[in-house]
Design a protein around this ligand. Structure first.
Ligand SMILES: Nc1ncnc2c1ncn2[C@@H]1O[C@H](COP(=O)(O)OP(=O)(O)OP(=O)(O)O)[C@@H](O)[C@H]1O
Ligand SMILES: [Mg+2]
Length: 249
């Protein structure tokens, strides 16, 4: 369960990058964040993942507060960010083993999870290759595999299908559906309308740090009196985006 309650993040230069955001995601549900570049998606997801502190507001993960219980929360959460880089000199095998030890997963379970996950994402043939020699898509799939190593019940994925070809994207989407259907709580961001549309139970549209609408795609279409999800998004954008005033000298 994710509870985001009146969360704001302010930077000195960029006032309220995330602006009074509230939402809930329940077990067995997948919520998608969709918004233009710079809308605040990554900032918001980093706060939900305890990596960044909100300026105000509260975030609860399965009832635990991100402000005080971050170590406990990390045990129950899988986080994928666009910012994290894998060590280029390591290999998928070595990275998986390293993180298994970090999460104190027993050897038998770790070996089982590795085989299952590497098979699922087609990593097996590349398991002993250097990360630096692997494609962007393969690295993304390895990051996903590692972020789920401890079988977390809350999954937060920032643009999980970024850089993936259609086959890999399909593998990742099927897996996210499987996680949702097995009672995990899933929060993801994406720029790809078809991914949001086919995958998410609800979509939150975020513009200039504010959630301006939340609903299923058909509800967003009806709400905006448009005929497609893309048109609904564009209409919400034109209604809610205000060009920043030029900075005073
Ligand atoms: N450390 C920081 N200091 C100041 N401003 C920041 C900082 N980090 C992010 N920002 C600003 O916060 C805003 C939101 O950025 P964020 O990366 O959260 O957007 P996003 O929705 O994830 O965008 P994208 O779709 O491009 O990934 C941007 O205007 C960005 O410049
Ligand atoms: Mg981002």
């Amino acid at each position: 369960m994710i509870d985001v309650i009146n969360v704001t993040k302010a930077y000195k230069s960029n006032i309220n990058v995330v602006n009074d955001v509230s939402f809930t995601v329940s077990p067995g549900e997948m919520l998608g964040l969709l918004g233009p570049n710079g809308a605040g998606k990554t900032t918001l997801m980093q706060m939900v993942s305890t990596l960044l502190k909100p300026s105000s507001g509260r975030i609860l993960i399965s009832g635990l507060d991100t402000a005080t219980d971050d170590l406990e929360i990390k045990k129950h959460m899988g986080f994928l960010t666009t910012e994290v880089k894998l060590d280029p000199d390591s290999t998928p095998n070595r990275l998986f083993d390293y993180f298994s030890r970090l999460y104190q997963i027993d050897k038998k379970t770790a070996a089982m999870r590795k085989t299952e996950s590497f098979e699922r994402f087609g990593i097996l043939p590349f398991a002993d290759k250097k990360i630096s020699q692997l494609s962007t898509g393969m690295r993304q799939k390895i990051s996903i595999s590692i972020s789920l190593i401890h079988n977390p019940e809350v999954v937060i994925f920032d643009e999980p299908t970024n850089g993936l070809d259609i086959l890999s994207s399909h593998q990742v989407q099927s897996y996210l559906k499987f996680l949702r259907d097995t009672d995990h709580t899933v929060l993801l961001s994406t720029h790809i309308f078809s991914v949001a549309e086919s995958l998410c139970d609800r979509i939150a549209i975020i513009i200039d740090g504010k959630i301006v609408a939340t609903g299923r795609t058909d509800e967003l279409i009806r709400m905006t009196d448009t005929s497609s999800f893309e048109d609904a998004f564009l209409k919400l954008y034109s209604m809610h985006h205000h060009e920043a005033a030029p900075a005073k000298e």
